[in-house]
Design a binder for this molecule. Sequence first.
Ligand SMILES: Cc1ncc(COP(=O)(O)O)c(C=O)c1O
Length: 369
Amino acid sequence: MTEPYADRLRRDTAQRGCDTVLSGVRPASVVEQLAAIRAVAADDLLPDFYGEGGPVEELERRIGELLGTEAVAFFPTGTMAQQVAMRYGAELTGLDAVGLHPLSHPLLHERDAYAVLGGLRAVLTTSAPRNPTAEEIAALDEPIGTLLLELPLRDAGFVLPGWDELVAAVGAARRRGARIHLDGARLWESAVHLGQSPAEIAALADSTYVSFYKSLGGHSGAALAGSTELVRYARAWRHRYGGNLFQQWPAALAALAGLTHELPRLPGYVAHAKVVAAALATLPGARVHPMPPHTHQFRLWLPHPAEALNAANLALAEDEKAWFVGGWRDTEVPGVALAEVTVAGPALELDADQVVDLADRFLRRVAQR
Ligand SMILES: Cc1ncc(COP(=O)(O)O)c(C=O)c1O
């Protein structure tokens, strides 16, 4: 179920007007976004034409450098890019089974597109709220054509394996004859915890998808990176899926701006997330996971109903121009709600004491309800 747009508009307007923001970023206006893409466009730059030339080609080149792959294709969405990667694995191996985590994006958020459109079948890799271990992959009941690893696993709390665990899991899948696809929607910020560059991480896999509108703050869009053969296939299937847009230069320019301005700042956000998480963990009845966070995002639970927390956050923003954390949802434990916290640019202005002060103001409003 999606919320009414009017509610989102009210929330975005309130967050945009805040002097202090702990979680997330102030939503940029259309004019601000136009200025950001204007700033990275040369005066004589021409648009792309069905994915050729212009900022789209420049973006594919930059991603190829960053991920160290032979080739890259820009996609309008990660949902589409990953379907193509999974079906490529099925074609090469003759196996329509994909190793997927039950909390992975294709299983939770894509209306079963991998099965309905791609004709693929999920083999669940583990029921634990983390990526599968080498032992779990070795013990799978059925052969798989592709293993999809989501780095980090968002719906388990943005959790990452350690580098050695990741290498071992990949090795176990390869020994079973599977190809490896990385869901790297948040690969950029995963590099810190894994202690490796994006290129070293992508080198583990046959294909890697990255997103441009999450931590990089672009408009939309994704890239699928891998071998020249994979990318030729990806371009053909992107066309078939209706993803070969006439022009995509605004999204590509926004992605290029994100690579220039946000990518270098991500390690700082990841470091500060540890400070913010430790401060939030001191609140009465609070739980934080993972502790310390693996990226600049983590989960926070508070012992109050989601409705009270969302209302208090909005009131604090509208009355005092201070944004704590939004997007609360109830959990299976009555009276306990959960939110995802994103430590980005605005949170860098807050030290641990200021985080606790802001939380106190927020909790006073919750108590008043
Ligand atoms: C982990 C993960 N994978 C894939 C996607 C799909 O990306 P898109 O919205 O570009 O289809 C998302 C989007 O939220 C995601 O979080």
